[in-house]
Write a protein that binds this ligand. Structure first.
Ligand code: AMP
Length: 598
């Protein structure tokens, strides 16, 4: 383990990528196959291969206590060390006593990680952690703790480890990348590279591939400038999910690569009957099924034009993210939730089917394969051909035998439209917004699926929700390289409902400002602190920020009763006085507008 830790120090000491990969390659070559394989996993900042569901399940506080006990340092000494480094691994190195002796073998560390994952309860885990750290030198402990917290912070990404493997064993980088993507296991990939057997890597199901991401466009014109033929879909506001279907087993993974199947118990059954193993890409949304639209009849009676729009929805429509939000973060989804907030999986891509990885095929072909795949599944329905625009694929009219069948339908092929001129795109955009969706996704029909990449083959066109002008009320020191600056801001809007207007907090954001602005703000906040709580300071409410966010939800987390999803600082507003910041009334207005479709 000492050689591994020393190698990490050498990697951290250079910013040059080529040098980093050369150091890793030299180290790997000097180790046995088993040791090199484990090291490759550790270099990627993981305790276990990516595909494995095993996790250590060790919280920061357990590690903190173990370091405290072994070092016999008191809380304030540890806090001071933490403030200095901003990293528990570096703290461990500083405070743990030096030991003579052999140090640890890297395979022993890997073995203990397995035992830790299997151990139940904090007492058993603590004992194992203490024992492991007690046998480690301070430098080894530093990297053991870093791996346990999942972040080496030595400027080494998994992609560089792939490069190092290609270099160490004289194989092609593309072969290494592909094998690692299929296997989700950099250690196993290394072993195949050693054997010059990378071409035989087979897709391992049930570990998520990277998600292809989209770049924003500002206008319909821009949306059609990057490629010749555009497929257009609604941009649904839910949760991105990759579905793996194999042998009747179905699992869903989120963009953060977590398994989320349990949160959506109604979905697996609907996919389990697919005729082939498959990996699908799509969005899980809260769905309003037509028969749930009791109000449809009312609308038909009261407002014929709106009824036309409702009919166009066919299968139903997505409800706002804030509705789906109510189902999330729960261990068990109650019957009531399942009934009141049903979800659907809107599928828009297929990455693997019929034993073939499809990501290198153009979208045009993938779309067709997806159409055929879902057409074989009786419960899978498609939107009717109700749009004026031309559509691609084999999407036919809706045919179902009964209302029950509609409600049993959880898997929906996201409708695809074609647009060749900005006006067509504009009208699709208006229609998507009318259906309650966020906007449009515009995709290059000739493009391959690029896992984990944000490029110009997928574009997103959406209207930002209104921004809010808010007042900063409290600030905190940041993390990592921002440990010494006040970069995390809690902000508030005015509550004018009482006699004395007061500020009520609504959110917290830590991105968006330049380093120069943050350092200027830090100075200002240090000089205008009202109360100093160490990491957090309440400050004079004078600084106005403009913040953007994806949407708004009700929440007890902040005094205002609302919270913002993905808040980000757009800019400082030195041109505004704090009195000119927004009020809770405006927050309510935005919230209601956003929810008018629910
Ligand atoms: P954003 O989160 O604003 O960067 O937008 C990208 C996200 O839009 C994706 O990660 C998906 O979760 C979501 N999305 C909704 N509808 C689609 C669609 N039809 N195609 C691709 N992504 C979609």
């Amino acid at each position: 383990m000492l050689r591994f830790a020393q190698t990490c120090e050498a990697i951290a000491a250079t910013t040059k990528k080529l040098q980093k990969t050369a150091i890793v390659a030299d180290y790997l070559k000097s180790r046995s196959g088993d040791e090199a394989a484990v090291s490759a996993v550790f270099f990627s900042g993981r305790a276990f291969a990516a595909w494995e569901e095993t996790t250590l399940q060790i919280g920061g506080s357990l590690l903190w206590r173990a370091v405290a006990e072994l070092s016999e340092k008191d809380e304030s000494a540890l806090t001071a060390a933490y403030r200095k480094h901003g990293d528990l691994g570096a703290v461990a190195e500083e405070v743990l006593p030096h030991r003579s002796g052999q140090g640890l073998k890297i395979l022993e560390v890997a073995d203990t990680f397995q035992q830790l994952a299997a151990a139940r309860g904090p007492a058993a885990k603590s004992a194992l952690v203490r024992d492991l750290l007690a046998r480690a030198t301070p430098l080894e402990a530093k990297y053991i703790v870093k791996i346990m917290t999942g972040d080496l912070r030595i400027g080494l990404k998994e992609s560089l480890v792939e490069e190092a493997i290609a270099k160490a064993y004289g194989t092609g980088l593309a072969d290494v990348q592909r094998a690692n993507m299929l296997l989700g296991d950099i250690g196993r990939t290394l072993q195949l590279a050693v054997e010059h057997n990378l071409a035989n890597a087979k897709m391992r199901m049930f570990h998520p591939l990277g998600f292809m991401l989209a770049s924003p466009v500002e206008s319909a014109e821009e949306g059609l400038t990057y490629f010749a033929e555009a497929a257009v879909e609604d941009k649904y506001d839910g949760i991105r999910a990759q579905a793996h279907v194999s042998g009747g087993v179905v699992k869903f993974f989120s963009r953060t690569r977590d398994e989320i199947t349990e949160s959506f118990p109604e979905l697996p059954d609907a996919l389990a009957g697919l005729p082939q193993d498959a990996i699908l890409d799509g969005e899980i949304v809260a769905w309003e099924y037509p028969q749930d639209l009791a109000r449809t009849q009312r609308v038909v009676d009261e407002s014929p034009s709106e009824a036309g729009e409702m009919k166009a929805v066919g299968l139903g429509r997505a409800r706002p993210f804030s509705v789906l939000q109510q189902r999330l973060g729960r261990k068990k989804v109650s019957e009531k939730m399942l009934r009141e907030i049903p979800v659907a999986y809107l599928v828009f891509d297929v990455l693997y089917a019929g034993g073939e990885l499809l990501i290198d095929r153009p979208l045009r072909e993938r779309a067709q394969i997806l159409d055929e795949l879902l057409a074989g599944e009786r419960k899978v329905l498609r939107h009717g051909d109700t749009e004026a625009q031309r559509k691609i694929g084999t999407q036919g009219r809706l045919t179902f035998d009964s209302e029950e069948e509609i409600s049993a339908t959880r898997i929906i092929r996201a409708p695809v439209f074609l647009a060749g001129i900005p006006e067509e795109l504009e009208s699709l955009f208006v229609a998507a917004r009318a259906r309650g969706n966020e906007g449009l996704m515009i995709k290059d029909l000739a493009s391959t699926y690029a896992p984990g990449k944000r490029g110009k083959s997928w574009l997103k066109m959406k209207r930002e929700l209104a921004t809010l002008d808010v007042v900063v009320t409290a600030v905190e020191f940041g993390h990592g390289k921002r440990i010494r600056v006040l970069s995390d801001y809690t902000f508030a809007v005015w509550d004018t409902n009482t006699n004395n207007a007061r500020l009520v907090n609504i959110g917290k954001a830590y991105s968006g400002l330049t380093d120069a602005e943050i350092s200027e703000m830090t100075q200002w906040f240090l000089e205008h602190t009202i109360e100093d709580h160490g990491f957090r300071r309440t400050v004079e409410p004078k600084i106005v920020l403009e913040v953007a966010f994806n949407n708004m939800m009700r929440s007890d987390r902040h005094e205002s009763g609302y919270a913002l999803r993905f808040p980000r600082i757009v800019r400082l507003r030195p041109d505004k006085t704090p009195e000119e910041a927004d009020t809770i009334e405006r927050v309510r207005e935005i919230f209601e507008k956003q929810n008018s479709h629910s």
